[in-house]
Design a protein around this ligand. Structure first.
Ligand code: SF4
Length: 122
């Protein structure tokens, strides 16, 4: 099964440790993390994705923090050298996120303003 992800979720998913915006959201994240173990094809999107689907911050088709998260998406996407609409496997996307952002020491810059950043930087 293919999946739609916004770029910065390729980072969040590598640090997920059971915390999130609501109980339903956390359960949904566990399901997404499990589905990614099968290395599905991913389409990058600019807007709400399969992670957002269970988020209390998703209002209609938009995130209510859209200005902030779209900026994080743009920085993540640019560092990974990808474009919205690109298709690649989860393993390829996760490897790019690790190589171009996490191991490159760019997480603090890419994810600035994110309320969860301390989880990913510890
Ligand atoms: S806060 Fe916004 S970007 Fe993050 S999961 Fe919720 S709806 Fe999606």
């Amino acid at each position: 099964m293919s999946m739609k992800l916004r770029p910065h979720h390729a980072l969040c998913l590598q640090f997920f440790e059971g915390k999130g915006y609501s109980e339903d959201f956390v359960l949904h994240m566990y399901r997404i993390a499990q589905a990614l173990e099968d290395d599905p094809p991913i389409t990058l999107t600019d807007g709400c994705d399969d992670v957002c689907a269970a988020c209390p911050h998703k209002l209609g088709s938009r995130c209510d923090h859209d200005e902030k998260v779209s900026a994080i998406d743009r920085r993540a996407r640019e560092h990974m050298g990808l474009q919205s609409g690109d298709m690649l496997s989860w393993r390829e996307l996760a490897a790019l996120a690790r190589e171009k952002v996490i191991s490159a020491g760019k997480l603090r810059e890419v994810c600035r303003d994110c309320q969860w950043i301390d989880i990913c930087l510890k």
